[in-house]
Design a protein around this ligand. Structure first.
Ligand code: PAF
Length: 285
């Protein structure tokens, strides 16, 4: 595995590999790697000749300075994990290398970027589009891999790819969970012992809501999830929205789409966790 910190060197290296006819897969990450990330690397390894992983805590997607400052950084451990997972090239640049000048680009991300995370974290998705588009321009991958825990992020990136005319395949990968159901996240290390013990109740509630939904309306199910999670000590739901899985627009009944997903954000002992569950999945998906 080679570690690259300079944009020009990254471009030169992948251009040479592409010229040899090799397919290139990219896994963009912000480091603090866990099994969720490694599952993306594993899938990328199976489907491409060359695996590129970026490890970069992107400042433009944080709308909270404290969150950026305290975001976990574990570069040496990340390199060891990536090497063992079969990564060929890890790109670990500095902020100055990626943003020699402030990035003032404003992306046309459409309605998918305005709801849920987009409404709660103004500017967040534009920042994601800035870094992901830069990585796509540098690496020019055939495929890029993203985890479905950040369900809305995938829809936003698809929209950015369409708006910018990138030619690549976006590959969504299933959420990886701890044995007790908690979705793996780099933020989980911030949970206190008490919050960690409560956190699996988020996914428990989402799963139970699948049964509840069989005999209740969308609005009732949404409210039941919010009330149930809020009843647990130290938990506060920021939003729970049941949406069309493609447009991300709220659905008002279970028949209005063949792809319906519930997306939740919960403050658990003060740590912001996200998760989601599908109520209906199109058979061809
Ligand atoms: O999902 C993430 O970790 C980040 O949003 C991403 C896609 C690596 C961009 O910084």
């Amino acid at each position: 595995m080679i570690v690259i910190s300079k944009v020009k060197e990254l471009e030169r290296t992948v251009d040479a590999l592409r010229a040899e006819g090799k397919s290139i897969g990219l896994v963009p990450t912000m480091g603090a790697l866990h099994e969720g990330h490694l599952s993306l690397v594993g899938r990328c390894r199976k489907e491409n000749d060359v695996v590129v992983v970026s490890v970069f805590v992107n400042p433009t997607q944080f709308n909270n300075k404290e969150d950026l400052r305290t975001y976990p950084r574990t570069e040496e451990a990340d390199k060891a994990l990536l090497d063992a997972a079969g990564c060929d090239i890890v790109f670990m640049p500095t902020v100055e290398e990626v943003y020699p000048e402030p990035d003032t680009r404003v992306f046309d991300l459409g309605a998918v970027a305005e709801v849920m995370e987009g409404a709660m974290r103004p500017g967040h998705f534009n920042g994601v589009a800035q870094i992901v588009s830069k990585l796509f321009m540098m690496v020019k991958p055939d495929r890029a891999y993203f985890g479905e825990k950040d369900f809305q992020q995938i829809a936003v990136i698809r929209q950015m790819v369409k708006a910018e005319g990138f030619k690549l395949q976006i590959v969504p990968c299933p959420i990886v969970r701890e044995a007790d159901g908690l979705a793996k996240s780099s933020r989980n290390v911030r949970l206190s012992a008490e919050a960690r013990a409560e956190a699996p109740k988020i996914y428990d509630t989402l799963r139970q809501s699948l049964d509840y939904a069989a005999t209740h309306t969308v609005a009732e199910t949404q409210q039941w999830v919010i009330d149930t999670i809020n009843s647990f000590p130290g938990m506060e739901v920021e939003y729970y929205q049941i949406v069309d899985g493609t447009s991300l627009m709220p659905v008002d009944n279970w028949e209005s789409s063949d792809y319906i997903v519930g997306c939740v954000t919960v403050y658990c002992g003060g740590v912001r966790l996200i998760d989601n569950i599908a109520y209906k999945t199109p058979t061809q998906c």
